[in-house]
Design a protein around this ligand. Structure first.
Ligand code: PXG
Length: 479
């Protein structure tokens, strides 16, 4: 039977949890091509059907309750079930569901949001962010960055400055430019990427790249030095910009040593190249600040945002454009031939405004910085005692650890064993969403978590690490 005849779509939307899970899965594999998914594998396993959510929990179509320690996909910062955000969308849809912002036209929520974001973006070293370019995602925003950076150097009469330097294992999105800026070799292998004039340096991953006996501080400075070496290799007059995530997210929560960013700042200043801070994950409270560059004290020229700006309730992204670039674009640029139908979408902007208001009212950013962030750091560090764990670290409300075969030598497991996936399997089975990136286990919980919920999550994590350890012992992989 054609699975598309199995369920009427409206019923699927209204009462999904009461539908037959297998029927939904059959329709899913028949018609829905998922992102980053092996479809043959998915069809044989059947997708997990998530039907509803509240606070920090989601439920699947079998009625199973799961603690979502990944905030959807690094985005539901304000938690699920926030009526204020639904109300804002409803009211805006009834007032003005859409109008474009091309052709000398604007709309009130977009203006209000741009004004609010300009006020929230911290001024560092005399630089401020008075302008915003809106898109609908992180990937689109990074495409905008490439266009804007090249336009900037063209306008300054330096069109040879085309090269953008990024890092291995970075994630900057999945469009042609986003995937090229990213440093994921699996993505580059499909579709002849990266596009020209994008090059990569090694990531500041202490666990993997530090020399024997090297301190974190020395490693941080050395890792930043790879940028300088690359600039000199390419030719300083050909380099347009350096792009990086403050803390790498999808790459496995790679937290750079404290010495890294100050040295990066020195280098970009010395060679006059633009600095793009991709804060799609790290902004909007995730690291205890509205924008993460403030935490590390560097001075970007462009800041990519998406995800947390609406807590993921509706797609919205954009680029905060610092004075240095905005001045040239506006005063010398004439028309910038770039933009999206949904740039400044009124409903998305209204939801973002409501989300920011909610975050301010509940002091979510301050809480991550001063209360639940430090508490998570304290509790997560306890995992370093676990026989399987090395480098359990947090930064604000992201955290990661490495699963190791031998704590003393820090030897990793054989990659083919898929230890991270074994651990992830235990997490799902026991009602916890925790990601595996290779053998790194990572979380990015909603910022509304209470201390009691952090305790609940930590108990689940320990239980799942113990279950993984027991599996490995049974399989004879550990003493
Ligand atoms: N930059 C960064 C830093 C991101 O984390 C993007 C850009 C692209 O955003 P959009 O909205 O186009 O997806 C992201 C997205 C994962 C995972 O596996 C992470 C992301 C997206 C999908 C999966 O952790 N981050």
């Amino acid at each position: 039977m054609n699975p598309s005849t199995l369920i009427a779509p409206p019923a699927l939307v209204r009462r999904a949890e009461q539908q037959d899970t297998q029927a939904i899965q059959a329709q899913d594999s028949a018609h829905f091509l998922h992102p980053f998914t092996d479809h043959a594998g998915l069809a044989s396993r059947g997708a997990r059907v998530i039907t509803r959510a509240d606070n920090i929990y989601v439920w699947d179509s079998e009625g199973k309750k799961i603690l979502d320690a990944m905030s959807g996909l690094w985005c539901v910062n304000a938690g699920y079930g926030r009526k204020e955000l639904a109300d804002a969308a409803y009211q805006q849809m009834m007032t003005l569901p859409f109008y474009n912002s091309f052709f000398n036209t604007t709309n009130v929520p977009a203006v209000q949001l741009a004004t609010k974001l300009a006020a929230l973006a911290p001024k560092v070293g005399g630089r401020s962010f008075e302008h915003v370019f809106f898109s609908s995602s992180g990937s689109e925003s990074n495409d905008t960055n490439v266009r804007m950076v090249r336009r900037y150097w063209d306008l300054l009469g330096q069109p040879q400055r085309k090269v953008i330097i990024s890092r291995q294992n970075a994630y900057h999105g999945s469009t042609m430019a986003g995937a090229s800026l990213g440093g994921m070799s699996g993505m580059h292998a499909q579709g002849d990427l990266p596009i020209p004039n994008i090059t990569h340096i090694e990531q500041p991953y202490f666990f993997e790249n530090a020399l024997p006996g090297e301190s974190r501080a020395d490693f941080g400075r050395r890792a930043a030095g790879w940028l300088e070496a690359k600039i000199l290799e390419v030719g300083a007059d050909k380099v347009a910009a350096f792009i990086a995530e403050p803390v790498q997210g999808a790459g496995g929560v790679i937290i750079p040593p404290e010495t890294y960013w100050p040295e990066i700042q020195r280098i970009v200043d010395q060679y006059g190249i633009l600095l793009i801070s991709d804060e799609v994950i790290c902004a909007f409270g995730r690291l205890g600040h509205w924008f993460a560059y403030e935490k590390f004290g560097y001075r970007p020229d462009l800041v990519t945002f998406a995800k947390g700006v609406t807590s993921g309730y509706i797609p919205l992204g954009g680029v905060m454009v610092g004075d240095r670039v905005a001045k040239v674009l506006i005063e010398q640029g004439g028309e910038f031939n770039h933009g999206y139908t949904y740039s400044g979408h009124p409903v998305a902007c209204a939801v973002a405004l409501a989300n920011i208001e909610l975050m301010e009212r509940e002091n979510l950013v301050g809480k991550v910085r001063d209360d639940i962030g430090p508490y998570l750091a304290e509790r997560f560090a306890e995992l370093n005692q676990h026989p399987l764990v090395a480098e359990a670290q947090t930064c604000g409300f992201v955290a990661g650890l490495v699963l190791v075969k031998d704590k003393d030598t820090q030897a990793l497991f054989d990659e083919d064993l898929g230890v991270g996936m074994i651990c992830r399997g235990h997490c799902f089975k026991n009602g916890l969403i925790m990601r595996a990136v290779g053998d790194r286990m990572i979380i990015a919980p909603p910022l509304v978590m209470t201390r009691a919920q952090i305790d609940e999550m930590m108990a689940l994590i320990v239980y799942c690490l113990d279950a993984t350890l027991a599996d490995l012992r049974t399989a004879g992989q550990l003493a």
